[in-house]
Design a protein around this ligand. Structure first.
Ligand SMILES: Cc1cc2nc3c(=O)[nH]c(=O)nc-3n(C[C@H](O)[C@H](O)[C@H](O)COP(=O)(O)OP(=O)(O)OC[C@H]3O[C@@H](n4cnc5c(N)ncnc54)[C@H](O)[C@@H]3O)c2cc1C
Length: 349
């Protein structure tokens, strides 16, 4: 017989990870289930981006931020499962049974949905044979800047992510060209200006029509593009190709008939700022949750997580303290505080 957890968090992005930390802080027996092999959610899509807008935190690389989030999530030793997709949630009296795609069942008194926009996969290039270059120089995310030093780079896409990459790579690349199928880019004007000022070449109405392999067919050597207006096509020698065509979100989570959670738009759950959904025992946090005044940013996910966990605590123990607790009240921190404070007090030379 499996253990029954106080809370099972579905999704290991920022909302799920911070929920795991916070539910430990509130003394709840916690399990977190993530479908991907890595924890971190959408932040894994921008490991090399500097994040500037986290309160009280200096600019931090996405990759480092994820590491810190994971470390914090593990503070109270929750059970964490990766490579485990939740596909169905069932309720039997006061117990939830969380079913996974591989046929396992997880038992829990409450469920916290932190599934963001679903399981995220980049939109792939649909050209024939494109997939064979994914092991070499066709990329869907920028995992490491080193790879792009002194290279001729072609980026396909006109949104913020494409232009952000163009701006960030242009100081280290030999050249950066952006091709975009529409008349004008959809990225912020200020970033587009930054890209142009940095020497990025932008070609609108233009799409990639062919990837031509090198002699041993292991890497793309030439990219053929076509301008949809002039019908002109040209071939360009290229070292690295980055595709930034957005993401597909696989929203495959379903519920049994007894569970009803109102949906807003395609995949957002209408709920309250306190994380409660209309379904008793099921809570939500992060990008999946929609309420008036909701912020779909990292800072919003943290507030959602704390609110949802506090709601879970009082759902399970109606007399428990309803609101946020300051971390210094926690016994585990008391032990750790001493060594941290001692280190801080050592005069620096
Ligand atoms: C390119 C880009 C740049 C951004 N830059 C910033 C920024 O600078 N500052 C900022 O504050 N915010 C930024 N954001 C927004 C921020 O990343 C999101 O608000 C945040 O990641 C949302 O966290 P989340 O945990 O709610 O969802 P997600 O990060 O989407 O995580 C959800 C997790 O749930 C998992 N999951 C989904 N379905 C299932 C299932 N059925 N079973 C198991 N697991 C499942 C997914 O695999 C995923 O890991 C950016 C977003 C993008 C896309």
């Amino acid at each position: 017989m499996q253990h029954v957890y106080d809370v099972t968090i579905v999704g290991g992005g920022p909302a799920g990870l911070y929920s795991a930390f916070y539910s430990g802080l509130r003394g709840l027996k916690t399990k977190l289930i993530e479908s991907q092999s890595q924890l971190g959610g959408k932040v894994l899509l921008y490991p090399e981006k500097l994040i500037w807008d986290i309160g009280g935190h200096p600019p931090i690389l996405g990759e480092k931020f994820v590491k810190q989030l994971i470390q914090q999530a593990k503070t109270f030793d929750p059970t964490i499962l990766t490579n485990t997709k939740v596909d169905f949630i069932e309720q039997q009296e006061n117990l939830f049974i969380v079913h996974t795609a591989t046929g396992e069942r997880h038992y829990s008194k409450t469920v916290l949905l932190a599934v963001g926009g679903g399981i995220i996969n980049p939109q792939k290039l649909t050209l024939e044979g494109a997939e064979k270059y994914e092991m070499s120089n066709l990329h869907y995310t920028v995992q490491s800047y080193k790879r792009f030093v002194n290279r001729d780079i072609l980026i396909s896409g006109g949104g913020n992510a494409a232009i952000d990459w163009a701006v960030e790579l242009s100081p280290i690349a030999k050249s950066v060209t952006v091709v975009y199928r529409k008349e004008t880019l959809s990225a912020h004007e200020a970033t587009v200006k930054e890209a142009i000022d940095a020497g990025v070449l932008i070609e609108c109405n233009t799409t990639i029509t062919k990837l031509l392999a090198n002699d041993d067919k292991t890497a793309i050597q030439l990219v053929r593009c076509e301008n949809s207006k002039t019908k002109e096509s040209y071939t360009r020698q290229i070292d690295e190709v980055i595709i930034s065509h957005g993401y597909n979100c696989e929203a495959s989570l379903t519920f049994d008939e007894a569970i009803s959670i109102p949906k807003k738009d395609d995949y957002y759950f209408e709920g309250k700022a306190t994380g409660e959904t209309v379904q008793p025992g099921i809570f939500a946090a992060g990008d999946i949750l929609s309420f008036e005044g909701k912020i779909n940013l990292l800072l919003g996910t943290f507030q959602d997580a704390a609110n949802a966990v506090n709601s879970i605590k009082t759902y399970l123990e109606p007399t428990a303290y309803r609101h946020g607790m300051v971390s210094s009240h926690n016994e585990l921190f008391k032990e750790k505080n001493r060594s941290i404070i001692e280190k801080e007090l050592v005069p620096s030379h």
